[in-house]
Design a binder for this molecule. Structure first.
Ligand SMILES: [Zn+2]
Length: 468
């Protein structure tokens, strides 16, 4: 089968992808007025129109369940006598810009430098609609037999896919007998081969507020008398994390790590070296956690870890006055091992932070979000072979398989919904793709290669299932 080229991608997909990059279609968690401002709808319409044009044989619909973000489905009926549906998944909602981007770059004005394009949402996960659409179009245009395919592009992924379950219920008949799910929203450790994700961490986010005063009071009067809300927060955080090592102290958040995970990490580190050290924009002198490159891979994919991702109740440094502040709020984000239950961990966090409040401070939690981690079911041999062959054809090397430190909550819920489904979680989020950070980047040749892999897997599905 002739493979899609970068030139074809530039001609068929890039103009619309660049249009999409200009839309500030933030996920609902980051944009309370998403329904009123219609940016998610604008993006959905743009992408659905592109799918309609690119895939004339597809039935493309934008769904709008009451009060929920839109979802695009594109159904292409089978052209081979094989059972089952293959779902190609991506999302169109974006993370917020996060901060100032580097000189010359802007989150919503795409900039191309060489074969890389910079814009918010371009690689996480704007490219996915285009890869999915072009992968199927390549088969259709070349008359290659393919299974029934449903492209699903949702718009709540960066908010924990909070709308996806409702759509999966609503679209049960459209989805049909799902046998294979290709998730185009995952990461890569390098750009020289296909990376397939074997596990994802879970997540608990919650906002803890420590209140001590009705209003701020001159620190000359109140300090030394009224407990500092920041100091109380430090005591609370010490209950869940060892401040000197970063070890999460809650038993509920820790899992037994399978030996195979250690072995796979060692194999990866032996081949690639200290991949995580190479990827992090660490300042001189900063020591990374983990005793070895392999241990860092294990830590990133199977250890719980706490990050404080937002702080409230304190003024900007330039306008700070000598005041004992009335409250401090911290947003806790805890990544979790793939196998632990995030609701158990949240219950433990709640218990640990709210019981016996230090110095009688008023402690409250709100804004809780959880995401279940995920371990991929073992791949059927035909699929492993197909991925290795497709990776060899597209990249010149066999595919590699590893865990991811991030979370894609719907994979866990789909796993429960379709217990026998095979998953391929892959993507373009390699080094310096900066998903969720500033300067998000899409490596165009990688997007093209991933697209070709998707075509190849769809073709291989027919061979595998026809002969079974
Ligand atoms: Zn994503």
């Amino acid at each position: 089968m002739p493979a899609l080229t970068l030139q074809e991608f530039e001609r068929l997909a890039l103009p619309t992808l660049l249009d999409y990059a200009t839309i500030p279609c933030l996920s609902p968690s980051f944009d309370e007025s998403w329904a009123a401002n219609g940016e998610l709808d604008r993006a959905a319409t743009l992408l659905a129109d592109w799918l309609t044009t690119t895939l004339p044989s597809a039935t493309v619909l934008v769904h709008h369940l009451e009060g929920r973000t839109p979802l695009i489905s594109a159904v292409v009926e089978a052209t081979a006598p094989v059972d089952g549906t293959v779902v190609l998944y991506g999302h169109l909602d974006k993370q917020p810009p996060l901060g100032d981007w580097s000189t010359g770059l802007d989150p919503f004005i795409p900039v191309r430098r060489g074969d890389q394009v910079y814009a918010r949402g371009i690689s996480d996960d704007g490219y996915s609609t285009f890869s999915a659409g072009l992968a199927v179009a390549a088969l259709e245009n070349d008359g290659v037999a393919h299974p029934r395919i449903v492209i699903v592009i949702e718009a709540s992924e960066e908010s924990g896919s909070e709308d996806l379950e409702a759509y999966l219920d609503d679209l049960t008949d459209t989805l049909g007998d799902v046998r294979l799910l290709v998730c185009l929203d995952s990461g890569a450790l390098s750009y020289d081969r296909l990376w397939v994700t074997t596990s994802l961490r879970g997540l608990v986010n919650t906002e803890v507020r420590v209140g001590v005063l009705e209003r701020g009071v001159h620190s000359g009067s109140a300090s030394g008398v009224v407990p500092s809300s920041f100091r109380v927060l430090r005591q609370l955080l010490d209950r869940i994390e060892d401040a000197s090592t970063g070890t999460v102290l809650l038993p509920e958040a820790n899992a037994t790590i399978p030996d195979a995970v250690h072995t796979a990490a060692k194999t990866l580190a032996d081949e690639f070296g200290d991949v995580l050290a190479a990827e992090m924009p660490t300042l001189p002198g900063v020591e990374l956690m983990g005793d070895s490159p392999a241990e860092r891979i294990v830590r990133q994919t199977w250890h719980p870890a706490l990050s404080i991702i937002g702080l409230g109740g304190a003024p900007e440094p330039a306008i700070a006055g000598n005041v004992v502040r009335p409250h401090t709020t911290a947003v806790l984000s805890m990544r979790l091992p793939p196998t632990v239950d995030p609701l158990d961990v949240y219950a433990a966090i709640e218990r640990t932070l709210l019981n016996d409040p230090p110095e009688g401070a008023q402690i409250s939690l709100r804004g809780t979000n959880t995401a279940q981690g995920w371990v991929a079911p073992a791949l059927e041999p035909w699929l492993t072979d197909a991925l290795n062959q497709a990776s060899t054809d597209a990249f010149g090397r066999e595919a590699a398989f590893t865990g991811e430190g991030g979370s894609i909550p719907f994979l866990a819920s789909l796993g429960r919904r379709y217990p026998d489904v095979q998953f391929v979680a892959t993507g373009v989020l390699g080094p310096h793709s900066n998903a969720h950070g500033i300067d998000e980047m899409l490596d165009l040749p990688t997007a093209v290669r991933v697209t070709n892999v998707v075509s190849a897997v769809l073709e291989a599905y027919v061979y595998a299932k026809e002969h079974v």
